[in-house]
Design a protein around this ligand. Structure first.
Ligand code: MN
Ligand code: MN
Length: 467
């Protein structure tokens, strides 16, 4: 609307914060680069549907770009690049800077696990001539979203002799897919009276794996036929599922969304979007001022638990290992450290506006989102980044013309969530959340904006190269 009073118009331009759309902010070169960058991003998503596959893919990319495996007590020179695997499910990439470690490190920390369905230890059963896998969901899912979509099986089986079998069924064109059934609407009247959260229950997330019988077999003929097939193909028996980590994930690939191809649709973008952008920033870092770490962690979706999650000592232990060669003090390094906790936020959804507070939500195509705090209710369970650190990050992003916004995770008291930020902050590191807004977060098919993905990459690059 045209302002009648020209002084008011001038003052508004001077004093008001008005969020910009990437189309009005980015130069054409950035727009073209964003599209190209997301071609690599989509390939990464397809190659990295589990934390193990992501860790492997990140190490492959790192080695291809001159990273070598970290060796303790080696004195590295500025510009040297190393990777450090953590039990096959997490990775730390490090690019050594000009300064001493004691001056602090710059950390970008993302997670590479995503919500999914894990197989139970005794998963195989037969019911009415159909063989199934029993599942136990991992992370926050809306259970009703998982039936009637094509599913794939990924993971590892470790036999009693220690030999390990990698499983990946349902991704190649010729592969079969798996599926969870749902009722037809004609018979769904009673089920439709359930609440949405109960629409499909945990014990109803049963995955169909076969329906043909082993000949002349009295009971469990379909189960037997399936187990025989698995035995012939993989040399495994039912007992081997007890020492396995097998994950059911959507079988479809990442793709462009929208007639204008402006968005990326895929499974597992929380948080592989920040993992990929943080990894690419490390690959592209050239002798930074401070030593830079991209930390790709597991188990964030269940509270960063276990020895591959960031609520463990693995990061502090690695910093101590880095310090061993330089005779630096790990606590000094951490206290002087700075971290972008690289995780996604909920993008404002115009179809469901009620759970968002419009002035404090993140939006698609408005750039990376800085999230000062997460948590629930009265900021319970969050790192709450300091004004000083917010100001510093703001300056870094502005000086590199990176489009950024702030966002809370929905309305106060509408819900809540958390990230790895509080665990890294607890080591003494100055930490704030920064990542990409996502539509339909935690769904089997999530949506991000290509511009925002590219801005996240540029943000991590700027953070790493800042003085
Ligand atoms: Mn996340
Ligand atoms: Mn999540």
């Amino acid at each position: 609307m045209e302002e009648k009073n020209s002084e008011a118009k001038r003052l508004k331009e001077q004093l008001f914060y008005s969020p910009a759309h990437a189309d009005d902010f980015l130069i054409d070169a950035d727009k073209a680069q964003a599209d190209e960058f997301c071609e690599g991003y989509k390939s990464f998503l397809d190659a990295a549907k589990t934390e193990r596959e992501a860790a492997d893919e990140i190490i492959r990319m790192a080695e291809e770009n001159g990273f070598t495996r970290f060796a303790k007590h080696t004195l590295y020179a500025p510009g040297d690049k190393v990777y450090f695997p953590i039990r096959g499910k997490a990775v730390i990439l490090t690019v050594f800077g000009r300064r001493d470690l004691a001056d602090g490190v710059r950390i970008a920390a993302a997670h590479i696990d995503s919500p999914r369905l894990d197989l139970k230890p005794n998963p195989v059963y037969e019911n009415t001539d159909i063989a199934y896998f029993k599942t136990h969901y991992y992370g926050g899912i809306r259970k009703y979203q998982w039936p009637t979509i094509p599913l794939a099986l990924h993971g590892v089986i470790v036999r009693a002799d220690g030999s390990k079998l990698a499983v990946n069924i349902g991704e190649d064109d010729g592969d079969p897919r798996l599926v969870i059934s749902d009722l037809l609407p004609h018979l769904g009247a009673e089920q439709s009276k359930r609440t949405l959260s109960d629409g499909i229950k945990g014990e109803e997330l049963n995955v169909i794996i076969g329906s043909r019988k082993f000949p002349d077999c009295d009971t469990d003929a379909v189960k037997l036929a399936v187990l025989k097939l698995l035995y012939e193909k993989y040399d495994i028996t039912e007992r081997d599922f007890q020492s396995a980590e097998l994950e059911i994930v959507p079988a479809y690939k990442a793709c462009d969304i929208g007639l204008d191809r402006s968005l990326v649709g895929a499974y597992g973008q929380d948080d592989r979007v920040c993992a990929y952008t943080a990894v690419m920033a490390a690959l592209d870092a050239e002798t930074p001022e401070y030593t830079c770490l991209s930390v790709l962690a597991d188990k964030e979706e269940i509270g960063s638990e276990g020895n591959t999650g960031l609520n463990s000592q693995f990061l502090a232990q690695f910093i101590a290992d880095l310090c061993a060669a330089e005779d630096a003090d790990a606590d000094d390094v951490l206290r002087a450290g700075e971290c972008l906790s690289a995780d996604v936020n909920a993008a404002f959804d115009p179809t469901f506006p009620d759970v968002f507070e419009k002035n404090n939500s993140s939006y698609l195509n408005r750039g990376v989102v800085i999230t000062k705090y997460t948590g629930a209710r009265g900021k319970s369970g969050t790192n709450d980044a300091s004004a000083e650190f917010m100001g510093k990050i703001r300056g870094i992003l502005d000086s590199d013309s990176i489009l950024w916004q702030t966002g809370e995770l929905g309305k106060v008291d509408a819900g809540g969530g958390g990230t790895v930020a509080k665990f890294i902050a607890s080591l003494g590191v100055n930490t704030v959340d920064l990542g990409v807004p996502v539509l339909a977060m935690h769904a089997p098919f999530e949506v991000t904006s290509k511009y925002d993905v590219f801005m996240a990459y540029k943000a991590f690059c700027a953070f790493f190269k800042a003085d």
